[in-house]
Design a protein around this ligand. Structure first.
Ligand SMILES: Cc1ncc(COP(=O)(O)O)c(C=O)c1O
Length: 286
């Protein structure tokens, strides 16, 4: 596949030509925020919610954003221009170039980058093995910043332990996975950790909660003790990239019967209907 087109500070440039200054604060301080938006049938899923979270994340690090409408149009244009149908658009906004100094920059010139790549919805979803990992991230995980090194290291630790992903545990409670939220099923009841500063308010998480309600599945946002992971009937992850992913083993122990469970299957079917229907045909964005 040829390299994707890059949106960089208002222009669409070939991948090879897209360059950022060596002293961009995104490089030196991970001083930036990001979003990943999925497009299905050429249309964005929950764009409004992604943009609202982008605004919250930027406000949380005192980063002035360019006009949101420009950002939305740039993402749509990347998908359209490259003739993509099912795609993931990565959008990143850093505080931009400045001589290295810890304090914030008085008049930042943010660096805005977006890249769209084809994304396929693999069905059936591959079963996942997870391990629990100690959550040593900072206390502002509700902001979607580019400071993802702890997540990357946790994912790598999981890989080295023969698993696919890590589930962060803080003070004995389940938080989230390295790039997704966590859902647990006990006796027909769906439970997910509540929104606190320690987890990201996932757009897919919100969709799953709504879908569960629509399906008549009792759903509750409440703290999940880590040891309960071993007693759950089902566990699954939710995220823009991974959609819904069934976890069949945790720390080497099977979850339930060791295969995707009935509630997961129902919700995935409902999700597939929702994403293809999210925006009326003919409309460009939500
Ligand atoms: C740490 C973390 N939690 C949760 C999520 C899921 O969020 P969303 O469903 O909006 O993609 C992500 C997505 O990247 C993430 O990085």
């Amino acid at each position: 596949m040829s390299e994707p087109l890059v949106y960089l500070n208002g222009e669409f440039v070939p991948y090879e030509a897209a360059r950022v200054p060596v002293e961009d604060r995104g490089l030196q301080f991970a001083d930036g925020v990001y979003e990943v938006v999925r497009y299905y049938d050429g249309r964005p899923f929950r764009m409004q919610q992604h943009l609202a979270r982008l605004v919250r994340s930027a406000a949380g690090i005192e980063l002035p954003l360019p006009p949101i409408e420009e950002i939305r149009q740039a993402m749509d244009a990347l998908v359209e221009r490259q003739g993509l149908q099912d795609a993931a658009v990565y959008l990143q906004i850093t505080r931009g170039p400045a001589p290295r100094a810890h304090g914030l920059v008085p008049d930042p010139r943010p660096t805005v980058i977006a890249i769209a790549r084809e994304a396929r919805s693999v069905r059936p979803r591959p079963s996942l093995r997870a391990v629990t990992v100690s959550d040593d991230r900072w206390a502002r995980c509700y902001l979607k910043t580019t400071a993802l090194l702890p997540n990357a290291l946790a994912r790598e630790r999981a890989r080295r332990l023969g698993a696919d992903d890590g589930i962060f545990v803080r003070d004995g409670f389940v938080m989230e996975a390295t790039a997704s939220n966590v859902f647990v099923v006990f006796a027909g009841r769906l439970v997910t950790p509540p929104l606190t500063n320690y987890i990201l308010a996932g757009i897919t998480r919100e969709a799953v909660i709504e879908l569960a309600a629509g399906e008549g599945i009792p759903v509750s946002e409440e703290p999940v003790s880590a040891h309960l992971l071993y007693q759950a009937d089902e566990v699954f992850l939710s995220g823009t990239n991974s959609e819904l992913g069934p976890v069949v083993a945790i720390d080497g122990r099977p979850v339930g019967e060791g295969r995707p469970g009935p509630i997961f299957n129902r919700l995935l079917a409902a999700f597939d209907v929702a994403v293809r229907r999210a925006v009326p045909a003919g409309a460009r964005s939500s």
